[in-house]
Design a protein around this ligand. Structure first.
Ligand code: SF4
Ligand code: MG
Length: 337
């Protein structure tokens, strides 16, 4: 399969008055064409920083890419690209959908003009062509009366509708890569389900390649093909959706599955939060970053960062429990499947 994105040993830090925060600590993954890859983890795990680094949206300083490579569309090295070329790629070859459309939509411009603007800028359409295409795209994202809606401003619309507009803008230029960072978090549950359904339909229809950043495993189960689980700036497990939901081999993933509400389950009473907090990324521990919260932690976990054990083809877990000599621990029951 064609690799739309290949991230190798990515390290990103933030320079602060208090010192250097190691937000992303050597992350490697890839995205095939037509694939939806979910990156999951608690807030502060580095998932958003990874996404924003791929689009080069974080100013430097304070952020610094310390090491690694981000290869886009098999040829473009993103980490060293000039800002000028990056601007061309953003909005035409890469699109992004954020959590809160209000902060990314322009409040002083009609939504029709906002969609048209990117088509004129990136695809060289005439005003008239862009206007017609904007109406088509609004239809595509399920907005009724698009001819009337193009004349409206973001504040005249509901949260769900604004998110549809964001998706419309992101899709307007048919980007090769779409990054959705918590696309439904700010919406109520019914609207969340509608937006996910919309994204899923559009993904299938256009065979787009999507990176979905979320802490919501319900969204993951519905939309993603593969999953990367991040903790404290590292990937701790990766595999197919089924690997992660039914065969996961990392205690942090088990904790996530038990602690996070899912859209498709009504029963929220059995949610068990993971006790404790993630480690301080000013001075990350030398061993397993999850050791302080892990009920299975062994001596070696405090001393050495775990190897990335291959569980099966395409399924890896960075946890010492997968060492052949480790005590046998069964995956807990009732993880929500
Ligand atoms: Fe727990 Fe050790 Fe596995 Fe880390 S390596 S998740 S501390 S068992
Ligand atoms: Mg985030």
């Amino acid at each position: 399969a064609k690799k739309i994105l290949e991230v190798e040993n990515l390290q990103v830090s933030f320079q602060t008055y208090a010192g250097e925060v190691q937000a992303v600590r050597g992350v490697s993954f890839h995205l095939n064409k037509g694939e939806v890859l979910a990156i999951v983890g608690e807030s502060g795990c580095g998932k958003s920083v990874t996404a924003q680094t791929i689009m080069r949206l974080i100013p430097s300083p304070p952020s610094v890419i310390k090491n690694g490579s981000i290869k886009f569309d098999e040829s473009v090295e993103i980490t060293t690209l000039s800002e000028k070329r990056m601007q061309k790629i953003r909005g035409s070859e890469m699109g992004m959908i954020f959590q809160d459309p209000m902060t990314s939509l322009n409040p002083t411009m009609t939504v029709g003009n906002q969609i048209a603007e990117s088509l004129i800028k990136h695809q060289g359409m005439s005003k008239k062509q862009a206007r017609e295409r904007a109406i088509e795209i609004l239809k595509l994202v399920g907005i009724s009366n698009p001819e009337g809606r193009v004349k409206q401003y973001p504040h005249e619309m509901s949260g769900g509708m604004r998110q549809r507009i964001m998706i419309a803008i992101a899709l307007a230029c048919s980007p090769k890569l779409l990054i959705a960072d918590e696309p439904t978090t700010a919406l109520d549950v019914t609207i969340q389900a509608q937006i996910i359904e919309l994204m899923q339909k559009l993904q299938e229809k256009t065979d787009s390649s999507i990176i979905l950043i979320t802490h919501d495993l319900g969204v993951v189960a519905d939309m993603a093909h593969r999953v990367v689980v991040m903790y404290a700036g590292k990937i701790v497990e990766d595999g197919t959706v089924d690997d992660i939901f039914y065969r996961s081999r990392h205690p942090y993933t088990w904790g996530l599955l038990k602690s996070v509400p899912r859209l498709d389950t009504e029963n929220k009473s059995e949610l068990v939060p993971i006790p404790g907090t993630p480690p301080d990324l000013f001075a990350p521990p030398k061993g397993c970053p999850f050791a302080a919260r892990c009920p299975y932690a062994m001596d070696i976990c405090l001393e050495e960062f775990p190897d990335n054990f291959e569980i099966n083809t395409g399924h890896h877990a960075a946890c010492w429990l997968n060492h052949p000599q480790a005590p046998k621990v069964d995956r807990p029951e009732g993880l929500g499947e």
